[in-house]
Write a protein that binds this ligand. Structure first.
Ligand code: ADP
Ligand code: MG
Length: 656
C-alpha cells in the first residue's frame, strides 16, 4: 500500500526476515515484516517473551544483518552488506537504549555519554557542548563526574538515554526501557522519550506493558514472528505539501570525517595502553627480554668479530714467514746471500707479493739495552729486547710505521754503521724520549738511534724489538733466518702455498711458509657458534614474549567483551576494534622492545669495557630490536584483535 503523500516515511521495512540456526534447526524469528514508522511518532513494539521483539529491534538498529528484505530510511535503502557498512549506518541513523544500561564503570557519566561522539569523530569542543546540553536536558548535570556505580536505577536510565540521544539519531530504539521500573518512573521515562521524539525523529519502544503501549502513537504487535500493525500510522504532518520530497542526506550533520574511526581507535588504544601500563608490565618485560637477547646476540657477535678482525686483518693477514727446515741458525753471510738470491727474486715475482726480504734474529734471542755504558746491572734505564737484522727489502716487508726519525737504508748496511731503530715501548721502558743523535748501548756497544717504530700490538709485539741493518757487522754472527713476505690483503694463504716451489724448486719440502689462518674464516667460525647459540636463545625468549602478549590481549578482549560490544552497538565499525587492539599490542610490544634494546646496549657497553673491547652497536642492530618488537606485537596482536572485531554486540550485551 504505497504512500500517496510526497514525504517518505522515516523508516520503512519491506519483507524483513531473520532466522537463527541452519538446516533442520533453523528457527525463523522475524517473518516477512512490513511496516512504516512516520516522522515524529512513538511506536510500541508489543509481544510475549521470545516472540522476536529484540530481534526485530536489532534488525532496525542494524546490530543484526537481515536474511532478506529491505530497510529504508527516508526512502533510501540502508546498506547492510558488511559489518562495517552496518556500523556506519548505525552510527549516523540509530541509537539504542538497552534495558540493562551497559554503562562503562571506569568512565564518568559525562564520559559515558561522550563515547558515541568519540566514535562519531566530533571535535572536543563540539563533544563537550553536546554532552553539556544533554546533561541539562535530562537533569543529570549534577552527576556529570560521578561513576555509574554510584547512580540510582532511574539515573542510570537517564544516562543511557542521554548517551543514545546525544548523537541526535533519527531513530531511537529502546528495548524494554521500563521493564524494571515502577509505574511512576515508567511514566517519567515515557515523558522523557516523548520529549526527545521531535518532528524529524521517531522512537520505538519494546514493551510487555499495555500502559506503555497506550502512551505511544501506534502499536506494532509481534506474535511468533508475525508482525501486525495494530493502529494505523499517524497522519504524516506535511502530507498536504506533496511536492516537497525530502531526500535529506542521511546523517548529514552527524557523520564525522571519513576514516575518522582510525584516529579515534588510535587515541583509544593509546589511552588503554597508558591506563593498563601496570597490568601489562610483565608482558612488556617478556618482550623486552626477548628483544634484549636478540640485540645482545647480534651486537655481541659484531663486537667480538670486530676485535678478531682488528687483531688479524691488520698485520698477520698480509704476512707469510718463510723458513728452511734444514737451516735453523745461519751465519749473517747466508742472510746477505739470500737477500741477493734468485730464490728471493722468484718469491718477489709471485702474484700478490708486495715485498719480500730477509729478516734474521741476531744477538742470541734477547740483548740488554741501556742508556749508559756502565754500570750495567743496577742502571735504571735497562731493558731486554730481541734484535732483528733486516735487509733493505725486509724493511719494506715488515711495513712498520716509523713515527720519528727514519729507517736505515742500504748505505747503512754497506758501511756497517752502528745504527738502530727502536720500538716505542722499548724507548718508553728506558725512560728516554727520542731526540736526533740519541745513543743507546746494546750489550755495552754504543749505537745511534735513528728512528722510532710505532708499536703495533696487532702484530703480536713484533715491533717491540730493536732493528739493525743486515750486514756482516751486525751484532752477533748468526741467528734464525727467514724470509718475510708481505702480500696484498687476503692473498697470504694463496701465496704461502706457492712459495716453497718458488723458493727451493728442488726441495720444496724443506721450505716452511707459514701464513696465519684467513681472518674471515676464523671470525666466521666464531660467529657461527655464537649465532647459533645466542640467536636460538633470543628467539625462544621472543616467542615466549609473543605468547605472553597474545595471552594478555586475549584475556583483555574477553574481559572487555561488554565494552567492545557496546562500542560496536554505538556504531564503532568492527575494523576500529581490530585497529584498537592491534595497535595496543604493537605499542605494548614496542615499549617492551625499547626497554630491552636500552638494556642490551648498556650490557654490551659494560661487557666491552670490562674486556677492553670496542663495542660495535650499529643503528641496524638497534633498528633490528625495534622492528622485532613491532613484528612481534603485530603477530601476537592479530588474533586477539580479530576476536575483538568478531564479537557479536547482541550476544555481548545480552544477559547470559
Ligand atoms: P523477545 O525479545 O521478544 O523476548 P528475542 O527476539 O530475544 O525475543 O528472541 C526471539 C527468539 O529468537 C527466541 O526464541 C530466541 O531464543 C531466539 N534467538 C534470539 N537471538 C538468537 C540468537 N543469537 N541465536 C539463536 N536464537 C536466537
Ligand atoms: Mg527481548
Amino acid at each position: 500500500m504505497p504512500e500517496t503523500t510526497g514525504r517518505a516515511p522515516l523508516v520503512e521495512a519491506v519483507g524483513l526476515r531473520k532466522s537463527f540456526g541452519s538446516g533442520d534447526h533453523a528457527e525463523t524469528v522475524v517473518k516477512d515484516a512490513h511496516f512504516r514508522i512516520a516522522n515524529g511518532s512513538m511506536v510500541a513494539l508489543l509481544g510475549p517473551s521470545g516472540s522476536g521483539k529484540s530481534t526485530l529491534l536489532n534488525l532496525l538498529g542494524l546490530l543484526l544483518p537481515a536474511d532478506g528484505g529491505t530497510l529504508l530510511i527516508e526512502g533510501e535503502p540502508v546498506a547492510m552488506g558488511s559489518a562495517n557498512d552496518r556500523a556506519h549506518s548505525r552510527l549516523v541513523n540509530t541509537a539504542l537504549v538497552f534495558q540493562s544500561f551497559h554503562l562503562i564503570e571506569h568512565k564518568t557519566v559525562a564520559q559515558n555519554i561522550e563515547l558515541p561522539l568519540l566514535h562519531l569523530g566530533l571535535p572536543r569542543a563540539e563533544r563537550a557542548r553536546r554532552v553539556g546540553e544533554v546533561l541539562e536536558r535530562l537533569e543529570i548535570a549534577h552527576r556529570a563526574t560521578a561513576h555509574p556505580g554510584t547512580l540510582s536505577g532511574g539515573e542510570k536510565q537517564r544516562v543511557a538515554i542521554a548517551r543514545a540521544i546525544v548523537t541526535e539519531p533519527r531513530v531511537l530504539l529502546c528495548d524494554e526501557p521500563t521493564g524494571s521500573l515502577d509505574s511512576r518512573r515508567t511514566a517519567e521515562v515515557m515523558d522523557l522519550l516523548r520529549s526527545v521524539t521531535t518532528d524529524d525523529r521517531a522512537t520505538v519502544v519494546v514493551t510487555h506493558d499495555q500502559a506503555v503501549a497506550a502512551r505511544c502513537d501506534e502499536v506494532l504487535r509481534i506474535d511468533d514472528g508475525e508482525l501486525h500493525q495494530v493502529t494505523a500510522p499517524a497522519a504524516v504532518p506535511d502530507a498536504t505539501t506533496p511536492t516537497e520530497v525530502t531526500h535529506r542526506s542521511v546523517g548529514r550533520s552527524r557523520s564525522g570525517r571519513p576514516g575518522h574511526w582510525a584516529a579515534v581507535s588510535s587515541r583509544e588504544a593509546m589511552a588503554a595502553v597508558w591506563a593498563r601500563m601496570r597490568r601489562n608490565l610483565f608482558t612488556m618485560i617478556g618482550v623486552g627480554l626477548g628483544v634484549a637477547a636478540l640485540v645482545l646476540s647480534v651486537g655481541f657477535t659484531a663486537t667480538v668479530s670486530a676485535q678478531l678482525s682488528d687483531k688479524f686483518n691488520g698485520y698477520l693477514a698480509q704476512r707469510v714467514t718463510v723458513t728452511r727446515t734444514d737451516l735453523e741458525r745461519a751465519p749473517l753471510s747466508t742472510g746477505m746471500a739470500w737477500d741477493q738470491s734468485a730464490a728471493l727474486r722468484r718469491i718477489n715475482g709471485l702474484n700478490g707479493v708486495e715485498a719480500a726480504g730477509v729478516i734474521q734474529e741476531v744477538g742470541g734471542g734477547a740483548v740488554t739495552v741501556t742508556t749508559a755504558p756502565e754500570p750495567r746491572d743496577q742502571f735504571p734505564g735497562r731493558v731486554q729486547a730481541p734484535v732483528r737484522a733486516l735487509s733493505d727489502q725486509g724493511m719494506s716487508a715488515l711495513g712498520a710505521t716509523v713515527s720519528q726519525g727514519r729507517m736505515f737504508d742500504a748505505g747503512h748496511a754497506r758501511r756497517g754503521d752502528p745504527v738502530l731503530v727502536v720500538g716505542r715501548a722499548t724507548l718508553q721502558a728506558l725512560g728516554r724520549p727520542w731526540v736526533p743523535g740519541l745513543q743507546l748501548y746494546v750489550d755495552g756497544q754504543r749505537y745511534t738511534v735513528i728512528g722510532v717504530v710505532e708499536e703495533d700490538l696487532s702484530a703480536g709485539g713484533a715491533t717491540s724489538a730493536l732493528y739493525v741493518p743486515l750486514s756482516e757487522r751486525a751484532m752477533g754472527s748468526s741467528g734464525v733466518l727467514s724470509v718475510l713476505v708481505k702480500t696484498s690483503l687476503g692473498a697470504a694463504q694463496q701465496v704461502a702455498g706457492e712459495i716453497p716451489p718458488a723458493f727451493l724448486p728442488e726441495h720444496p719440502d724443506r721450505v716452511l711458509a707459514a701464513a696465519p689462518p684467513e681472518p674471515r674464516t676464523l671470525t666466521q667460525a666464531v660467529d657461527e657458534q655464537q649465532r647459533i647459540l645466542l640467536l636460538g636463545m633470543s628467539l625462544v625468549t621472543l616467542v615466549i614474549g609473543g605468547v605472553g602478549i597474545m595471552n594478555t590481549f586475549l584475556v583483555a578482549v574477553m574481559e572487555r567483551r561488554r565494552e567492545i560490544g557496546l562500542r560496536l552497538a554505538l556504531g564503532a565499525p568492527p575494523r576500529a576494534m581490530t585497529l584498537q587492539f592491534g595497535l595496543e599490542s604493537v605499542v605494548t610490544a614496542m615499549i617492551g622492545s625499547l626497554g630491552g634494546t636500552a638494556v642490551a646496549v648498556n650490557v654490551l657497553a659494560v661487557v666491552s669495557l670490562v674486556n677492553h673491547w670496542t663495542p660495535v652497536i650499529s643503528g641496524t642492530t638497534i633498528g633490528l630490536g625495534l622492528v622485532a618488537g613491532v613484528v612481534l606485537g603485530l603477530v601476537a596482536g592479530v588474533y586477539p584483535a580479530r576476536k575483538a572485531a568478531g564479537i557479536d554486540p547482541v550476544a555481548a550485551l545480552s544477559h547470559a
